[in-house]
Write a protein that binds this ligand. Sequence first.
Ligand code: KG4
Ligand code: ZN
Length: 348
Amino acid sequence: MADAALVLGIETSCDETGVGIVRGGDLLVDAVASSVAEHARFGGVVPEVASRAHLEAMVPTVERACAQAGVRLRDLDALAVTCGPGLAGALAVGVAAAKALAVALGIPLYGVNHLAAHVAVDTIEHGPLPEPTMALLVSGGHSSLLLVTDVTADLRPMGRTIDDAAGEAFDKVARLLGLPFPGGPQIDRIATDGDRDSIAFPRGLSARHDLERHRFDFSFSGLKTAVARWVEQRQADGDSVPVADVSAAFQEAVVDVLTRKAVDACRDQGVGHLLIGGGVAANSRLRALAAERCEAAGITVRVPRPGRCTDNGAMVAALGALFVARGRAPSGLDLPVDSSMPVTAVQA
Ligand code: KG4
Ligand code: ZN
């Protein structure tokens, strides 16, 4: 039965070695080995360190996933793997492992787009995806608004960041506030003690003249600079930096623009569903403000639980299961790694 296919998904685009197994739309296991601690002292992900960590974690993580799910490799019906976008060396480890498994087991392999997988993961928790859905994908590497008419074939870019990704802005601002990497969760936590209205930080690409050309685009580098200047001024004046207030006001500037533009894109396209995914979707204030604004606009909002917003293998398995259920042809065994794979190419 095609809709109950047993699919194993592999994710290695950044610093998480993720192996997930689904049966149709049901998640059996989501095993993740993260190398984030190894990157912390560098203040960001180091590609060579990530590739080596994937190599070391791949076989144990596949074994752990199978053991926890009570599944033998030979029971699998299909494999899915992220082949882009992401770090080339890191992606190559996952794709090589998936090809080896596909050849050894004689089963089809789907090379898929990481961004589409961030969308597909929500089907595990909230059921079939209404299509069209507007997707707001915000993470350390990407920030985009996508009109999803078919998550296995058609994701149309509506807008994207013209400089830093949203998560990158969180990480950089956290760093200048002396908080450890990755900064998003730190700012999220500290901001709960701060006043989000205490400082008026700029809202990127929101002025009338910017909206003409960049209605659905984002920009976070000006905001990051504004936070840096504000902190420097405090220090120059000999005052202490109110980290909780700066965190809350910065976070508000990011999530205000994200939610405003996402709701505007839904209205523009007449779409009644908004899905938020990617690591920054774990942010508590983003989730709360999106719920508030979508309710006011009559839009249904779907956000996966925080652990499934950050990179994981279940998202790849979930997308793979949709490829199988929709009868899509598998990728060839010569499928390439594409570090800058465009979102318009859902499958390699
Ligand atoms: O999706 P993800 O795990 O990896 C990429 O594909 O980039 O996203 C990681 C990013 C990091 O920049 C991290 O700081 C951010 O997501 N992040 C958060 C939160 N949790 C993770 N940003 C804001 N609030 C959070 N709670
Ligand atoms: Zn991601």
